[in-house]
Design a protein around this ligand. Structure first.
Ligand SMILES: Nc1ncnc2c1ncn2[C@@H]1O[C@H](COP(=O)(O)OP(=O)(O)OP(=O)(O)O)[C@@H](O)[C@H]1O
Ligand SMILES: [Mg+2]
Length: 152
């Protein structure tokens, strides 16, 4: 399954995240790739908002590798930008979903490609202009059989 969403402001990217967040059933793995400033964390704030997590609490986890939040489902927000080596993912349990309902969101997934859970929603963000971004959705594993995910 593939989909494309175009946004023209930060708020629209947050709103797109909220739309996705509102159809999550718990336990999903979502990766967000794209250059610095593409809007990955803005999109996560929208997902969090849909789960009842205040966007101000959901800061960029760049310096903490993994942030955990309690909402409708537990949310784990991982940012691998400063990962030193892929082995750290296992050593620190960055991809663990102790609770099967934990929604796991991974920024900079290419830093630990071989270790990514197989069933994922992958989202690539690209710059299309100053405030314009494109969000390219694709699915891997069981998600490919989930047309009800609410994507365009
Ligand atoms: N259409 C848009 N969507 C998202 N962000 C936008 C958009 N237009 C402008 N921006 C701005 O771009 C920046 C995106 O920052 P954000 O932290 O969400 O990106 P990021 O991809 O997480 O970056 P990093 O890799 O540094 O963590 C913000 O300053 C935001 O206001
Ligand atoms: Mg970020």
């Amino acid at each position: 399954m593939r989909g494309l969403v175009k946004t023209e402001s930060t708020d629209q990217t947050v709103a797109a995240g909220r739309t996705l967040g509102s159809v999550l059933k718990g336990g999903e793995v979502i990766t967000l790739s794209g250059p610095l400033g593409a809007g990955k964390t803005s999109f996560v704030k929208g997902i969090g908002a849909a789960l009842g997590i205040h966007p101000e609490n959901l800061c960029s986890p760049t310096f903490i590798l993994r942030g955990e939040y309690r909402g409708k489902f537990p949310l784990a927000h991982v940012d691998l930008y400063r990962l030193d080596s892929p082995e750290e993912v296992q050593r620190l349990g960055l991809f663990e979903q102790e609770d099967p309902e934990t929604v796991l969101i991974i920024e900079w997934p290419e830093r630990a490609k071989a270790l990514l859970p197989p069933d994922r929603l992958d989202i690539q963000l690209t710059f299309e202009g100053e405030d314009k971004r494109a969000l390219h959705f694709s699915t891997a594993g069981v998600f490919s059989a989930m047309p009800g995910l609410g994507l365009p």
